[in-house]
Design a protein around this ligand. Structure first.
Ligand code: SF4
Length: 345
């Protein structure tokens, strides 16, 4: 159900819902409805919409910027960090689209940057309701210095075909279907995500993929190997802008939440070690094995695609890729887009 705060009457989303004929209820605050993932709440609260992706100096970070226009997600991944970060289950949507527009435009003036909406929500999961792509794409396409990423585990891509794909990347997070079934509740089947990526790339969008989090599993190599083969068979290498790879990591507080909420999960059955940033990770030897398996397959089949590790330490970079990408500003120069080598004409 959609709940519109009474302070948002006459506002941006009120108009969108009326135009689309969507039902909503006007409420006086978020206490007026049940706190669950099926509920969307439009608020007039102000926010600091654009900021750097949170990272620590100990691990290599790509200097990504995030737009927090929506907080919360209808999917229910067992490993989702939002279970700790957010103090609500409902999906909170900021009505202050002007504030978001201004934040993006002022960022554009400060130099080249990669930015996206997929940090505190799935970028497209409810785009049929919120139409954030209709709002954001015309803005970013007027920006000289921005490459904008929509990151998703959904196939909710219909709105994207109305737009010029110029400055936009659509990225899909991928895991083998056995892991999706076990850990990514309500997200789209992985084969459908790959099909959506192909359709978007045929239309002209740059696409990218996130193998993040890689999850240790009994038959890890067989499952991820099959997934990669499916991807290689379906999507043209030339349309792929980048691929990120990283293993499952979590702050210790998340473990109890996962155990209570998802008693059947296999996520926590591996051995973990506390990293320099306080997060729990697989042992380094296992991380290297997992990352090496993926990177070797990618190098062999898609040698021209830029691949990177999200939040890994420099020794792993040196071991698996032969160089240290450096800290934020230095790291980001490795992306094709910074070198004016993006792939779509
Ligand atoms: S899709 Fe992303 S934001 Fe949504 S529940 Fe899964 S991990 Fe969390």
């Amino acid at each position: 159900m959609i709940y519109l705060d009474k302070t948002c009457l006459g506002g941006n989303f009120h108009k969108i819902f009326e135009q689309k004929g969507l039902q909503f209820e006007v409420v006086d605050g978020s206490d007026c409805f049940e706190d669950n993932k099926k509920n969307i709440y439009i608020t007039s609260q102000k926010n600091r919409f654009v900021h750097q992706c949170p990272a620590t100096r100990e691990y290599r970070c790509c200097n990504y910027m995030v737009v927090d226009a929506v907080e919360g997600c209808p999917f229910d991944c067992s490993y989702c960090i939002l279970q700790v970060y957010l103090n609500h289950n409902f999906i909170k949507v900021y009505d202050d689209l002007e504030g978001i527009r201004e934040s993006i435009i002022s960022l554009d003036k400060s130099g080249k940057c990669r930015i996206g909406t997929g940090e505190l929500s799935d970028s497209l999961a409810i785009d049929n309701i919120l139409c954030m792509t209709d709002f954001l794409i015309p803005i970013v396409n007027k920006c000289e210095n921005i490459q904008f990423e929509f990151k998703t585990k959904s196939t909710n891509i219909a709105n994207l075909f109305k737009h010029n794909p110029k400055n936009v990347i659509v990225s899909f997070s991928l895991n083998p279907q056995e892991i999706v079934n076990s850990e990514e509740h309500f997200a789209s089947p992985v084969v459908a995500r790959i099909k959506a990526a192909k359709e978007l790339s045929d239309y002209g969008y740059k696409v990218s993929f996130h193998f993040d989090p890689l999850i240790d599993w009994d038959n890890f190599e067989e499952l991820y190997g099959d997934l990669l083969d499916q991807l290689f068979d379906s999507v043209d290498e030339k349309k792929v802008e980048f691929i990120s790879i990283s293993t499952f990591r979590f702050i210790p507080e998340l473990a109890d939440i996962i155990r209570i909420k998802f008693p059947e999960t296999k996520l926590l059955s591996s051995r973990f070690i506390r990293g320099l940033d306080g997060k729990m990770r697989y042992f380094k030897s296992r991380r290297v094995e997992m990352l090496r398996f993926i990177i070797n397959r990618l190098n062999k089949n898609w040698p021209t695609v830029f691949t990177y590790f999200c939040m890994e330490d420099k020794s792993i970079w040196r071991r698996l890729k032969g160089f240290d990408p450096g800290l934020r500003e230095e790291f980001e120069k490795n992306f094709k887009w910074y070198r004016n080598e993006s792939i779509i004409d």
